[in-house]
Design a protein around this ligand. Structure first.
Ligand SMILES: [Zn+2]
Length: 103
């Protein structure tokens, strides 16, 4: 679900609503779950995928329970923060190619 991208479970994360009404991430989290694209290298979902689900009110539909808006926001905030950190560290460091004298 989420962005509706065709995907395999290996690249998805499962989000479930626990007894306390908190959204938790985990394949074994109890309760009905919803699947989202995994943010590469993390256990979090991609912010864009969560945003699309939030816009379509897909959380409550998929989890068959009313999901508190602040829980969706908190999950999104974590994902955005992690994605931002990822961008800060992932671009390859460009090493200038210095011509070797005499080559
Ligand atoms: Zn997605």
């Amino acid at each position: 679900m989420g962005c509706r991208a065709k995907n395999t479970t290996g690249t998805l994360v499962r989000v479930a609503l626990n007894q306390e009404g908190r959204l938790v991430i985990g394949r074994d989290a109890p309760g009905r779950g919803a699947w989202f694209c995994r943010l590469a290298g993390t256990e979090l979902a991609q912010p864009g995928c969560l945003e699309q689900a939030a816009k379509r009110r897909a959380f409550s539909r998929a989890l068959r329970r009313e999901v508190p808006a602040q829980e969706v926001e908190a999950l999104l905030a974590r994902a955005r923060e992690r994605a931002r950190m990822g961008w800060a560290t992932s671009p390859p460091v460009l090493v200038p190619q210095v011509p070797v004298p005499g080559a």
